[in-house]
Design a protein around this ligand. Sequence first.
Ligand code: SRM
Ligand code: SF4
Length: 582
Amino acid sequence: MSNDFTKVENPVLIVEGKQADNERLKAESDYLRGTIVEDLQDRITGGFTSDNFQLIRTHGMYQQDDRDIRAERQKQKLEPLHNVMLRARLPGGIIKPSQWLAIDKFADDYTSYGSIRLTTRQTFQFHGVLKPNIKLMHQTLNSVGLDSIATAGDVNRNVLCTSNPVESSLHQEAYEWATKISEHLLPKTRAYAEIWLDEERVETTEDEEVEPILGSNYLPRKFKTTVVIPPNNDIDVHANDLNFVAISENGELIGFNVLVGGGLAMTHGDNATYPRCADDFGFIPKEHTLAIAAAVVTTQRDWGNRVNRKNAKTKYTLDRVGVDTFKAEVERRAGVKFSDSRSYEFTHRGDNFGWVEGIDGKHHLTLFIENGRILDFEGTNVKALKTGMREIAQIHKGDFRLTANQNLIVAGVDAADKAIIEQLARDHGLINDGVSKQRKSSMACVAFPTCPLAMAEAERYLPGLVDDVEKILTKNGLQDDSIILRVTGCPNGCGRAMLAEIGLVGKGPGKYNMYLGSDLAGSRVPKLYKENVDEAGVLSEIDGLSARWAAERNEGEAFGDFVIRAGIVEQVIVSFRDFHHA
Ligand code: SRM
Ligand code: SF4
């Protein structure tokens, strides 16, 4: 297996041309060190300069500023109020109460928003950490066994795992695989430990490979991996480059079906970019998991497009070189042949709220956290979510599981502790019986004010939008039904709108492209229905469409299936390259 992306086995499959600037930047970074240490000491600016602006991403941070106050600061001739967002690494989303207490305190003491933001990839983010506090942040995380290595940048990101609180031993094994895959694919450079934890630099000898899997120039683009336990596709496989679908017999994990090449992002007006479902490569016994993971990653590393970052993800590599060619190369590198896929079925997504008893007799409480934002909200509808979580963490003996839908499970509760935990959750608005099924089926990305790429509101738009949608559904006699509704502030698709029954994709302030027609299992990318719809237009479209759904649907027919059967949008996408036509 070649470890340097320039020494590829099949050079014909490389995209020729001038390499993207990120390739230079990674090559010159001295394995992700750059001059971050020097930059940290520079207090003239609150930001990171030149390449370090990008390099800190591989250490799990993004430089941001509050867009609500950007113009005002510009008027006052002040530089933007630079700060960083940190995204932690949390394979499978599991975090201990003691760790929670540490992040809770850090969010209070050192972040300008005071919140812990649960993400669509089973981890948490801090927003608004100023430069002088960044090192302390990493040291705080490290002191409780957490880090933020490789949660951003051209590497394998946080590895997801279905939360499945019921089947404890199957979940435990799947979770252990998620952790092992995460460790196996992590950057091996010691840059993180040196820069943030003040560890000594250990020089490597010339023939010692620093990055045997990722290579000296890391991956062409971000890479996302999951372990999923059917029938719940709660992690949305088709948003990910590499998925291990757990196949079990008599409750025992025997191996995985491997799905490669999913991804949701696109760029408005660029038809060479498109969302794409992952392809099923076949089944492997579980002992080959790490070899297959490394083979998929290294094939993408060597064949991925390093010229145009917009076409650099695995999904485009598969379409360019052909699925069979890519798969054969993975088999060659891993020394493992895929056998026929084992049968499995995804029937649903999302989380099941409330208490559930696991087969080990432990109890698990799934809490709905709107937009994943854990904060003590002020106002009439007091929701002291952050205090509530802290008080639960102070007495909870199990762990917490973050879900890939921005929610949280208080997991592993003894029967004797159920009542007190439920009481704390109710007292602080973490359980609210009035939350509708529709609200629980809705999700949004962060967008304004922190996301620099946001074109339209998402997190701040969703709660009011759902208020209105609830009213519309009730008016149309659909108060007991719900539609998977997702809003994303730009076509990057972080809120996974491109796997929603109704997906709203930000186009400009207050304007959204409306996509319709994914299914409950998340096996279908929705189609464009209307462009540039304003907020009033969104409501009137949902009104008209849901009225037709109520009147014309077949018994039990979901909204996404109905819009296709009724011919409101076309289902069949012959080739994802044709996604924008038809
Ligand atoms: Fe994302 C970039 C937030 C899940 C596709 N995403 C960003 C940035 C970092 C903006 C930036 O580059 O400066 C956003 C920071 C906003 C903020 O202020 O916090 C951001 N993405 C998020 C989160 C927090 C959304 C959320 O509300 O939970 C999710 C964090 C996940 C995590 O914990 O790792 C998040 N992002 C996703 C997903 C959904 C998923 O993975 O399940 C996608 C679509 C799936 C996919 O990758 O195809 C996604 N984010 C992107 C992209 C487009 C990538 C591409 O293929 O072109 C970008 C922009 C980029 O990479 O250039 C992006
Ligand atoms: Fe930002 Fe766009 Fe991602 Fe939303 S979808 S968080 S607006 S990059």
